[in-house]
Design a protein around this ligand. Structure first.
Ligand code: ATP
Length: 237
C-alpha cells in the first residue's frame, strides 16, 4: 500500500504540492492523473526518496523509501523511461541493476521475456524505440519481484497493442495482490487500466475515486478531466 499524507513541496516562493493526501491500495491499479506541470512527478519523486518534502509524508508499505532495507524488492519504479545508457544492451543494463541490488542474474532473462524484449536483449538501447524503452524500464522495475510498482507515464510511446499489453501486465500484478500506482496526463489511455483515479491539478487533489465516481456528472472521460483540471475552461463552456 502507498500512502501520501498532507504532502507539501515548495520551490522558492511557489508551492507545487499543496497538502497532497491519497492512497494506492493493494490489489488495485491506481492512476494519478493531471496535466503537465500539475505535480505528478514531484509527488512520485518524493515517494521514491529522490526529493525531500517540505511537509507531510509519503509511505510505501508503511515505511519511508529511504528506510527500506531492500528497496528494489519492495517497490519497483520507472521514472523518465528506462534510465539505461544508450551504448549498453538491455541485458547488460539489467544485469548491472540486478548485481548492484543482490538480485540473482537469472532474473534478467525472466523479466526480458516477461516484457517481450527477449529477442532484442542484445541490441544497444540507443537503437530502441520509445515503446521498447518503456518495456525495458518496466523490466528493471520487475527485477526484484516487488509487491509495489510505481510508474511515471508508462503508456507514453506505446502503440495500441503495447497499451493493451501493459494493461494486462499491470492487471495481473494487481490481481496477484500487488499495488500499482501509475501517473499519466492521458485520461483516455489509462481509463481502461485503472481501478481508481486520483486527479491532481495545480498541486492539489481535484478528485479521487473509482472511474465511475470521478466521471459522474460529466458527458465523457475527457470532459471530466478538463473540468477537474481546468475549472475556468469548464465555466466558459
Ligand atoms: N527543481 C524544480 N525547481 C523549480 N520548479 C520545479 C522543479 N521541479 C518541478 N518544478 C515545478 O513544479 C511543478 C510540478 O512539476 P511536476 O514535474 O511534478 O509536474 P508533472 O505533473 O509531473 O508534469 P509533467 O506531466 O509535465 O511531467 C511544475 O510547475 C514545475 O515547473
Amino acid at each position: 500500500m502507498i500512502l501520501f499524507e498532507h504532502l507539501v513541496k515548495r520551490h522558492g516562493p511557489r508551492t507545487v504540492l499543496d497538502r497532497i493526501s491519497f492512497q494506492a491500495r493493494q490489489g488495485r491499479v491506481t492512476a494519478f492523473l493531471g496535466p503537465n506541470g500539475a505535480g505528478k512527478s514531484s509527488t512520485l519523486r518524493i515517494l521514491l526518496g529522490l526529493d525531500r518534502a517540505d511537509g507531510g509524508r509519503a509511505l510505501v508499505g508503511g515505511s519511508r523509501y529511504r528506510t527500506l532495507d531492500d528497496p528494489l524488492r519492495t517497490v519497483g519504479s520507472m521514472l523518465d523511461g528506462s534510465g539505461a545508457h544508450r551504448s549498453r544492451t538491455a541485458r547488460n543494463h539489467l544485469a548491472w541493476v540486478a548485481r548492484s541490488n543482490g538480485i540473482p542474474g537469472g532474473r534478467v532473462d525472466e523479466v526480458l521475456e516477461q516484457v517481450g524484449l527477449a529477442d532484442a536483449a542484445r541490441v544497444r538501447v540507443g537503437r530502441y524505440s520509445l515503446g521498447m524503452g518503456q518495456r525495458l524500464g518496466l523490466a528493471a522495475a520487475l527485477l526484484g519481484r516487488p509487491d509495489v510498482l510505481v510508474l511515471d507515464e508508462p503508456v507514453n510511446g506505446l502503440d495500441p497493442e503495447g497499451i493493451r499489453w501493459m494493461r494486462g501486465l499491470l492487471r495481473g500484478h494487481a490481481d496477484g495482490g500487488g499495488t500499482v500506482l501509475l501517473s499519466s496526463h492521458l485520461m483516455g489511455e489509462v481509463a481502461g487500466i485503472a481501478d481508481d483515479l486520483v486527479v491532481i491539478s495545480g498541486g492539489r487533489i481535484a478528485a479521487e475515486g473509482t472511474l465511475a465516481e470521478v466521471t459522474a456528472g460529466h458527458a465523457s472521460l475527457e470532459d471530466a478531466f478538463f473540468a477537474l483540471t481546468d475549472p475556468a475552461q469548464e465555466a466558459a463552456r
